[in-house]
Design a protein around this ligand. Structure first.
Ligand SMILES: [Zn+2]
Length: 652
């Protein structure tokens, strides 16, 4: 009945925790149970001839309390021999150094430096003393162990999802805490600075209630996810098991997290008057008060309301969020207790914990060195020969450890395979040339596209402004339509038009009719039908054709365009001197000349004039750019020009 005996033994261990672990028992454990081979494979990470393991620091606490640092070994044999000889009460693992730690006395200081180490985390129950009510100090119970369960869940998912680590070994510390070894290659090579950054990413508030958790308006996704985990456990652990609102001393700590004295007073008076309610009921009252105060009129969107809304989450984080011992994680050369040690006080083995099954991990059921001794004796009596741990309760833990190490080694193998494949394949060797060819083609097509998109340095691209300008040929083509007011010469506008062609002829006709002494009330009818008005209208039509641009010369059309330009670009009616206006007027002249040259190819003189105008405009716009970038860009946009046209060399 090995399980029964084992269980019986564990119960007694629990009641008298400080049972002495004799050197004989330790020696028995190290000779029969300690998984040397897997252990060395783990710490070596698949390097050839144990290169990584040889440079790994191992440190030992001896039964005499002496502490030996900077030991290192070549492999399984000498490690086992030394451990058997020393029978250490504790083994610590340090960093992989640039040389063998045991040779460090013969090395220059610069030749001996920590190079790599797993990213490690240490979560200890003593850091929860200000919030746990069941135990304190070194002791733990099933109730407070749940804090560790939540801690493993939160940190494990963050390391995997936020940092992409895969090889996480969680280990029970043997008494009241857990350790985590992040064994990915990327984690082992982290600098101290990055380690610190990861720790601060994972830290919320601090280990003491005095260092309060404070949340901002927008919750970080990491905190949101942590809170989702915490919500599943908060009531069970903090309210029911720890009963944090059960006594005045404890509920005062919780109430002090609330940023509103009225609520604190109200609740503490209420609970002091009658302490019959459970912590769960009291928590309901607290949450109600917080929500009521946050929604109270006038406060709804204030900073205070935000604080009150966050307060519930802050208390939940304060009471359940993992409390990491930051120093252990920050430094590459920090030592941490090795898995599969025996805790000198409890006699329990430091066994791995499966993170996806951590709720079911019971620290009180972890095999102790004396329970293992008894288990083994049971079997030797019954079955003659038993191979080490195989038939004991330590087996599942060692199997899990073996699988974990195999996972790392398989990844190392795959990587090595990938590397050789890449360097020898002739198909892949041709790749650099292909890549170069592709890059050149890409570059050429990019240049081509840029060239195509570059506007003509003379006329630019058509814009609202440039298309609104009148072109002589276009104007003459539509000569028949005399009523088109935009084609008026001499800067005449709508009002002038009305006065000249409508009002004046009528007025003259009126006067003519009046002079014929017609009765005054019939003047209107007479005028509208009179021969005088017909005469005047004829004259007006003549005038109209005289003032129309259709009958004017190109210069008049140019003048018309210039006036429009000043209206468009000038800061006021009389602004003809600013750089924008000047550049725009030059553009008008350039477009005009360009139009002319389209029809008169042999006009050498005007080609030169066009070139001068374009260069003048370029110079003006460069000046404007120095003056004001904003004005510069709005101007060139309106004129249909481009940075490249102004800054680059222009060839016409
Ligand atoms: Zn406890």
């Amino acid at each position: 009945m090995p399980t029964f005996l084992g269980h019986f033994n564990i119960c007694t261990m629990d009641s008298k925790e400080d049972e002495a672990i004799t050197p004989e028992l330790l020696s028995f454990f190290y000779s029969r149970f300690f998984p040397y081979k897997t252990y060395v494979n783990w710490l070596n990470y698949g390097t050839e001839s144990n290169a990584a393991f040889k440079n790994r620091e191992l440190s030992f606490m001896l039964p005499s309390e002496a502490y030996l640092r900077y030991h290192s070994y070549n492999g399984v044999e000498d490690l086992k021999a030394e451990i058997m000889k020393m029978c250490p009460t504790k083994i610590d693992i340090g960093a992989i150094y640039t040389a063998k730690p045991r040779d460090r006395k013969y090395l220059r200081l610069s030749a001996f430096k920590p190079a790599e180490k797993e990213l490690t985390f240490d979560i200890d129950m003593t850091d929860y003393d200000d919030i746990r009510t069941c135990c304190s100090g070194a002791s733990i119970c099933h109730k407070c162990w749940k804090f560790m369960t939540v801690a493993i869940k939160i940190i494990d998912v963050a390391l995997r999802e936020d940092f992409g680590f895969k090889h996480l070994l969680w280990v029970y510390s043997g008494r009241r805490g857990v350790h985590c070894w992040v064994c990915d290659e990327s984690a082992r090579k982290l600098s101290n600075e990055t380690r610190s950054a990861i720790v601060s990413y994972l830290s919320v508030g601090g280990a003491q209630v005095s260092k309060k958790v404070q949340l901002n308006r927008a919750l970080h996704p990491f905190l949101r996810r942590s809170l989702e985990i915490i919500e599943n456990y908060f009531e069970d652990i903090v309210l029911k098991d720890q009963d944090v609102l059960g006594s005045e001393e404890n509920w005062t700590k919780v109430l002090n997290c609330i940023p509103d004295n009225e609520i604190i007073k109200k609740l503490s008076n209420k609970w002091n008057a009658s302490n019959s309610k459970s912590s769960v009921e009291k928590w309901g009252e607290l949450v109600y008060e917080l929500e009521y105060a946050a929604n109270a009129s006038g406060r709804k969107y204030s900073k205070k309301a935000e604080q009150l809304q966050n307060c519930k989450l802050e208390i939940m984080l304060q009471y359940t969020y993992p409390r990491i011992d930051e120093e252990v994680s920050k430094h590459i050369n920090h030592l941490l207790k090795s898995p599969f040690c025996i805790h000198p006080k409890t006699g329990r083995a430091c066994v791995p914990i499966q993170p996806d099954d951590c709720e079911n991990f019971d620290p009180f059921k972890v095999p102790t060195v004396s329970s293992l001794y008894q288990e083994l004796n049971q079997h030797t009596e019954g079955e003659r020969k038993v191979h080490g741990y195989e038939k004991t309760s330590l087996r599942p833990y060692i199997k899990y450890f073996e699988n974990f190490v195999n996972g790392i080694l398989n990844e190392v193998k795959d990587k090595k395979h990938e590397r050789t494949f890449h360097t020898t394949s002739p198909v892949l060797k041709r790749r650099p040339q292909e890549i170069k060819k592709k890059n050149i083609a890409k570059k050429l097509s990019k240049l081509e596209a840029e060239k195509a998109s570059m506007p003509d340095p003379v006329v630019g691209v058509p814009t609202e402004f440039t298309t609104s300008l009148l072109r002589p040929l276009e104007v003459y083509k539509t000569a028949a339509d005399l009523n088109a007011s935009r084609y008026m010469n001499y800067f005449l506008d709508r009002k002038d038009e009305e006065l000249l062609f409508e009002k004046t002829p009528k007025k003259i006709a009126e006067e003519v009719e009046k002079s014929l002494k017609v009765e005054s009330e019939k003047v209107d009818d007479k005028v509208n039908n009179s021969t005088a008005l017909v005469e005047e209208k004829k004259k007006a039509e003549m005038l109209k054709s005289l003032v129309s641009l259709h009958n004017s010369n190109a210069k008049s059309i140019m003048m018309y365009n210039v006036k429009k330009t000043i209206e468009e670009f000038g800061r006021n009616e009389n602004d003809t001197g600013s750089a924008e206006v000047q550049a725009a007027i030059l553009t008008v002249r350039i477009l005009n000349l360009h139009e002319h040259l389209k029809n008169h190819h042999k006009d050498k003189h005007n080609y030169r004039g066009l070139r001068t105008l374009v260069h003048k405009r370029q110079k003006l716009l460069k000046y404007l750019k120095r003056e004001s970038l904003e004005r510069y860009f709005t101007t060139i946009k309106k004129l249909g020009l481009d940075e490249r046209v102004i800054e680059g060399e222009i060839v016409i």
